[in-house]
Design a protein around this ligand. Structure first.
Ligand code: CMP
Length: 159
């Protein structure tokens, strides 16, 4: 059974400043994912605190808030088959040293503090993070991606 999901992805300030927006976006577009929300924005300390509330009190927390508010990010809502897990594979492990070769973090980052991208780690976090960064009217899914046009249409097959 196909399972369409939505996940939240952010190109962090280091990715934007290094001019990697296009190269990172390309990875998700190549995979066939549908980008249904996207914007450049400056994360405020308040928004950063909400986004990373689970890390509050950890040794790296202050540096993380400083980093994510140090310049604009590109926030995205990505839709596709098992998108949460699939996007995490493309992004790679949190530590760029451990990330598999070919993943974004392995290819573009060296250290955990500057790991270029963020991707939701579960469906629950995805829903929460999408809600933090996007209003419902900022998500546009009333169009068909090329992949949706050509992939298996179960309803028509069964009918
Ligand atoms: P991200 O996927 O955005 O989720 C939380 C972020 O905190 C993570 O990427 C890193 O940028 C950062 N982070 C997580 N663990 C550590 C750590 N041990 N040291 C420094 N930064 C970390």
């Amino acid at each position: 059974m196909r399972s369409e999901e939505r996940t939240f992805v952010a190109i962090k300030p280091d990715g934007v400043k290094r001019g990697l927006i296009g190269k990172i976006l390309e990875r998700f577009e190549n995979k066939g994912f549908k980008i249904v929300g996207m914007k450049l924005l400056q994360v405020t300390p308040e928004l950063a605190a909400k986004h990373y509330e689970e890390h509050y009190g950890k040794p790296f927390y202050k540096r993380l808030i400083h980093y994510i508010t140090s310049g604009p990010i590109v926030a995205m809502v990505i839709e596709g088959y098992e998108a949460v897990e699939s996007v995490r594979h493309i992004v790679g492990a949190t530590s760029p040293i451990k990330a598999d070769v070919g993943t974004i973090r392995a290819d573009f980052a060296q250290i955990m503090e500057y790991n270029v991208v963020h991707a939701s780690d579960s469906l629950e976090s995805a829903a929460r993070e999408i809600g933090l960064y996007f209003k419902p009217e900022e998500i546009y899914d009333n169009w068909q991606s090329m992949l949706e046009m050509i992939t298996f249409d179960e309803e028509r097959y069964n009918g």
